[in-house]
Design a protein around this ligand. Structure first.
Ligand code: ZN
Length: 155
């Protein structure tokens, strides 16, 4: 059986700037072992009990990975799926939802430079977490391979 874990978090970068937080939302739910959250954080949360709070620091390689320069591509403009390309435009690198997203970082008259690294790649991340829920995954969750929130909005 897999467990479903729910936690609140505040994510800050190395300068203490808040990048993301579950404040004002429900806790983030995930099913253990399904890769729904970054590996370093899953490892830390594994040993916590309901009600525990902890500050954890996750190195880049256990978070969104190191930046890879091979994920920065020069692409001729006529190979891109739309015209009028601007810096900041984003394209998915494949048909499936888990394909990397490429962001346009530079445009010339003939080419665009695309960066497929996650925006948080190469960054060590600090999480302030509070574990608020631990339960066994339901049969339906096991079948889907991910956690469902109580209100049923999960996909
Ligand atoms: Zn589902």
């Amino acid at each position: 059986m897999a467990r479903v874990i729910g936690f609140h978090y505040t994510l800050t970068d190395q300068n203490g700037n808040i990048i993301d937080s579950s404040s004002g939302r429900g806790p983030l739910l995930y099913m253990e072992g399904t890769g729904q959250i970054i590996p370093g954080l899953e490892k830390e949360l594994q040993s916590l009990n309901k009600g525990d709070k902890k500050k954890v620091s996750i190195p880049a390689k256990e978070a969104y990975g190191e930046r890879q320069e091979s994920m920065v591509l020069q692409v001729p403009l006529d190979k891109l799926p739309k015209q009028d390309i601007k810096v900041g435009n984003q394209f998915r690198g494949g048909a499936d939802n888990h394909s990397p997203v490429f962001t346009v970082i530079e445009v010339t008259a003939t080419e665009a430079k695309l960066d497929g690294n996650h925006p948080l790649a190469g960054q060590d991340l600090n999480f302030d977490v509070e574990l608020v829920e631990i339960r066994e995954a339901t049969a339906e969750e096991m079948q889907h391979g991910h956690a469902h929130s109580p209100d049923g909005h999960h996909h």
